[in-house]
Design a protein around this ligand. Structure first.
Ligand SMILES: [Zn+2]
Length: 280
């Protein structure tokens, strides 16, 4: 299942700001197809519909893998986080049959959100955003100026001495790179030549430097190409970033050395790697 991560969230936020800003909501329906793992917050579907009616779309921004869109005045719509398809429609004809959110704008265009797996369709008051349950207060985005090599090295210093922390855990859990999940992780570790189970205390300073550069470079490449190839943008167009490692590359030769790519289940998800380039 494809899951929105930071580069896709940034891309979708740009597109929402560009395409939808200024549009006024004629009606908003959540829960035409109720979903167990849609994180919906405190409002009932009826309250949701009453609040969003006549609101105007403002600016959207990404915070990690969450997309926050201002609903003016006073509210914020929170999307993303998981496996979501967030689509803009200029005609009724392309509306999906099942969806967890349908916004009908007064100019007869639409936004739909379909959740697969889990995801956010949450309404918040502006003042509640700092207490958003899926946003870390002090998270530093890998795209921010604060994401320096010194900051990245400080993450290693913060590792508990007696705890074994693997590369995968380090990047997607604790301390974590904000917005990076099990999807972007695969190519990051491949490009850095680090095994998903590699203990982070064993990384040499050059390897830390490489990993730091690769995180920034990989996320940047994904953004520039409009997302990963298994994700869709606001216009239902697949991203242009061709993933190096994914389920279909298992047993195929590594493009660097020819060794067959392996797959393991590790920390609640698949991990793909080249056993030769990424020695454990
Ligand atoms: Zn290889």
């Amino acid at each position: 299942m494809a899951v929105i991560e930071l580069p896709e969230a940034i891309n979708l936020a740009w597109q929402i700001s560009k395409e939808l800003k200024g549009k006024q909501i004629a009606s908003g329906v959540r829960g035409s197809s109720p979903h167990k793992f849609a994180f919906t917050g405190k409002h009932s579907d009826e309250e949701f519909a009453a609040i969003v009616k006549d609101k105007t779309i403002g600016t959207a921004r990404a915070d990690g893998s969450v997309i926050l869109t201002d609903l003016e005045p006073g509210y914020v719509l929170s999307l993303g986080l998981g496996g979501e398809r967030i689509l803009y429609h200029t005609s009724e004809k392309t509306l999906p049959k099942k969806h967890q959110l349908l916004l009908n704008f007064k100019d007869d265009t639409y936004l739909t959100v379909t959740v697969s797996g889990w995801g956010e369709v949450r309404l918040l008051e502006q003042s509640e955003v700092p207490r958003h349950p899926h946003i870390k207060k002090k998270a530093i985005s890998p795209f921010s100026d604060e994401f320096t090599l010194a900051y990245f090295n400080s993450l290693f210093d913060s590792l508990p001495e007696n705890k074994r922390v693997s590369a995968k855990y380090f990047i997607i859990s604790e301390p974590g790179i904000w917005g990076v999940g099990n999807g972007c992780l695969q190519d990051i570790l491949y490009r850095a030549k680090i095994h998903p189970k590699r203990q982070m205390v064993t990384l040499l300073s050059e390897e830390r430097r490489t990993l730091y550069d690769v995180i920034k470079q990989t996320l940047n490449d994904i953004i520039e190409l409009g997302g990963r190839d298994n994700e869709r943008d606001l216009y239902n167009k697949p991203g242009g970033y061709q993933r190096i490692l994914h389920s279909k590359t298992v047993d195929h030769p590594c493009r660097e050395c020819g060794t067959p790519i392996k797959k393991i289940q590790y920390l609640g998800g698949a991990a793909y790697f080249c056993p030769s380039c990424q020695a454990e």
